[in-house]
Write a new protein. Structure first.
Length: 442
């Protein structure tokens, strides 16, 4: 293996080794769950450092090391680190499932493979390595006997099967599994059907568990792979025009959460709908062929989604409704402050970075003559504002007499505050993030 090939696979190897080490450390009874979570966070940060140190250029026939892969690997490392820190803030639950950091690292390893893959077989292997640990993580986060656990598993298995079938059709049509062969393919029904099924399988993974912090990793990975696959097939001899398909997907991601959130009272579902709407703006940027705008919006989504889930994680109930938030502003004012700031970012209120992300995306959509998506995005922002306002205002309601005081979880509140301040600071000084997004090239 050459040095270039080794550097391309180095982040995945570091994560795999870290996951194995964390799993071994979790075996003794006396091992502390909080310590394991912090070890997982440090290993995730180390992966981001490895990706930055390697830089761009080179790679292997299966994995690349371009500007986009470096950006997504760093983002995956940061998201996984924050998720592990949030897990450390719940030592009681972690004591019953000390293997969560190891599962998170295995999932991050699969995510790194997915965003760096330039071969369809490697993409599927990375997708499986990513999805299987997340089934376990999201299942443990759900209440007992929740039908959502079975739904997540069935949806994920079906999505993987659809993607695998699409990959098989693409191989039958081109005789190759590399992305380079996709650019040299000719128009035929088999090729177009395989491409459509592969992308449908990828997109379906985004909806596996929208209300859990672990879902942010799979969303970043799948969207990164989707953008890479679209870029590979939009050029070359075939030159597939993805604008209509991606615009339709964006409209779906914007409209459905807006309608579903109207009658929803479960807090995690409302938060999930608000974050899905943010992913719709990433799809708008992709339909506008503005990859830097899509990368900027995806980074913004990651921070705001984690901040939102961190702020509501202090509730004693595992599946809280809006009434459970009554009196939270009096008992946990800092957590509610963080929740309000992140909610403002999701809505797109200046001077948060969410406002800049939407302006960036809307500008690209107008240049691409997708004004109707801009109008739909504005309406979806209003719906997100209503959903976020319901969550925040519920915190200021008088507390119920039978309400259970939420645990303090100082670490969780601190993480939520740090993310909220970062959302505000990035909106006031977005230069570094904008420059980084401009470096995203496939």
């Amino acid at each position: 293996m050459s040095a270039a090939e080794l550097s391309a696979i180095a982040p995945a190897l570091v994560l795999a080794a870290g996951a194995a080490l964390t799993a071994v450390l979790a075996i003794p009874r006396q091992s502390g769950p909080r310590t394991l979570a912090w070890i997982g966070a440090l290993e995730s940060v180390a992966v981001a450092g490895v990706a930055l140190a390697n830089g761009t250029g080179g790679g292997s026939p299966s994995l690349t090391r371009d500007g986009a892969s470096v950006f997504f690997v760093v983002l995956i490392g940061i998201v996984t680190a924050v998720s592990c820190v949030l897990a450390a803030a719940e030592p009681r639950r972690m004591a019953r499932s000390k293997d969560e950091p190891a599962l998170a690292l295995f999932a991050a390893c699969g995510a790194v493979v997915v965003v760096s893959a330039v071969d369809l077989v490697v993409l599927f292997v990375g997708l499986a390595l990513l999805a299987i640990p997340l089934y376990v993580l999201t299942g443990r986060s759900a209440p007992a006997r929740d039908e959502g656990v079975l739904r997540h598993f069935l949806l994920g298995a079906t999505s993987s099967a659809v993607a695998l079938y699409g990959i098989a059709l693409l191989y039958a049509a081109t005789g190759e599994t590399g992305y380079a062969g996709l650019g040299r393919a000719t128009h035929n029904p088999l090729y177009l059907a395989g491409l459509g099924l592969t992308l449908a399988g990828l997109v379906s993974h985004v909806a596996i568990a929208p209300g859990h912090r672990w879902s942010v990793v799979i969303n970043v990975a799948v969207i990164g792979a989707l953008l890479r696959l679209v870029a590979a097939t939009a050029t070359g001899e075939v030159g597939v025009d993805w604008q209509v398909s991606l615009a339709s997907l964006a409209a779906f991601a914007l409209a459905v959460p807006a309608v579903a959130s109207i009658a929803e009272h479960r807090v995690r579902r409302l938060a999930g709908y608000a974050t899905i709407s943010q992913l719709g703006f990433v799809a708008v940027a992709a339909a506008s062929a503005a990859l830097p705008a899509a990368a900027f919006a995806l980074a913004t989504y990651s921070a705001q989604a984690l901040g939102l889930f961190a702020a509501i994680a202090i509730l004693p109930q595992r599946s809280p409704v809006l009434d459970d938030l009554a009196g939270l502003a009096r008992r946990r004012p800092l957590a509610v402050l963080a929740l309000a700031l992140v909610a403002l970012g999701l809505v797109g209120v200046p001077p948060t970075v969410g406002f800049l992300a939407k302006v960036y995306v809307f500008e690209a959509a107008i240049r691409a003559q997708l004004l109707w998506l801009v109008v739909l995005g504005a309406l979806a922002s209003v719906a997100s504002a209503m959903a976020c306002a319901r969550i925040v205002l519920a915190c200021f309601a008088p507390p119920r007499l039978d309400a259970v005081a939420p645990p303090r979880m100082r670490a969780g509140t601190a993480v939520a505050l740090v993310i909220a301040i970062a959302v505000l600071a990035a909106g006031l000084a977005p230069g570094a993030l904008l420059d980084t997004a401009q470096s995203v090239r496939f």
